[in-house]
Ligand binder design. Structure first.
Ligand code: NDP
Length: 252
């Protein structure tokens, strides 16, 4: 049976764990050649080995996406070694909830630097390839990881939610701008997914809230999101899933 993403060149950021790792492996299984980007090289190397073991093609690139020059050079490597990117899963992100009055300015900055500036660095470096690939192959995809937090109010998540509202609204604009060139843009908004995202949270109240949700619902898995990403990319070129909110069934 032909694999739906054969011939496509995918780039996944935040690929060393959670949603990104599962998605990279899934996209490779659907036939795409995949470049996996993150900072932890040991994790990326293990991921590449797993993909290759199953007959796929993958390239690990260690990069901090908050470093614009490093992202540009990663984009050059992808084009040289795999060809022009036609599927960009712009997914690296960090969530550090805390009451605003704690003035955790360092945590505000980390979220804004990665979830907004890092996301833009990746868009800036790869958009030329997406446009070129769409011109030559008929379609390309830019899938940005937003969050259900973009539309819901969770106490103490103000800065994180703000960064994700940015991602959703940015995606809506870019869809109109780039759609004219056959580049589809999607905002992916998951509810709670079991990943390493909460490992970085230091605020006790937020940690307790997160832990408590496990008693009322079964969290999504990274695989659930990976399959959604694969579905978006495998749609016929005329169809663009603009915005996908995928929630745990019992999450309000
Ligand atoms: P993880 O913490 O498991 O993954 C985050 C990824 O981002 C890691 O691969 C990490 O790799 C990478 N990353 C962090 N900082 C940088 C950086 N400066 N440069 C490059 N890569 C970086 O969490 P998730 O898989 O859950 O998160 C993925 C995305 O999903 C995020 O955007 C998150 O906001 C979003 N999301 C998650 C939800 C959830 O409930 N889990 C719900 C809704 C949205 P490394 O440290 O190796 O660089």
């Amino acid at each position: 049976l032909a694999k739906p993403l054969t011939g496509r060149v995918a780039v996944v950021t935040g690929a060393s764990s959670g949603i990104g790792a599962a998605s990279a492996e899934h996209l490779a299984g659907l036939g795409a050649r995949v470049a996996v980007l993150a900072r932890r090289t040991d994790r990326l190397d293990e991921l590449v080995s797993r993909i290759e073991k199953h007959g796929g093609t993958a390239l690990a690139i260690a990069v901090d996406v908050t470093d614009a020059a490093a992202v540009r050079s990663a984009a050059g490597r992808v084009a040289a070694e795999l060809g022009d990117t036609d599927l960009l899963f712009n997914n690296a992100g960090v969530m550090l909830p805390a009451p605003v009055e704690e003035l955790a300015v360092d945590q505000w900055t980390r979220q804004i630097d990665l979830n907004i500036t890092g996301l833009m660095n990746v868009i800036g470096a790869f958009t030329p390839q997406l446009v070129k690939a769409a011109g030559e192959r008929g379609v390309a995809d830019l899938i940005n990881t937003s969050s259900a937090a973009a539309r819901t109010v969770f106490p103490t998540f103000a800065v994180y939610s703000g960064t994700k509202a940015y991602v959703t609204h940015l995606s809506r604009h870019l869809r109109v701008e780039l759609g004219a060139k056959n580049v589809r843009v999607s905002a992916l908004e998951p509810g709670i997914v079991g990943t390493e995202l909460s490992d970085h949270v230091t605020d006790e109240g937020a940690l307790q809230w997160l832990e408590g949700t496990k008693e009322t619902m079964e969290w999504l898995t990274p695989q659930d999101i990976a399959e959604t990403v694969g579905f978006i990319a495998a749609l016929p070129p005329r169809a663009n899933l603009q915005q996908i909110t995928i929630m745990p069934t019992r999450q309000p």
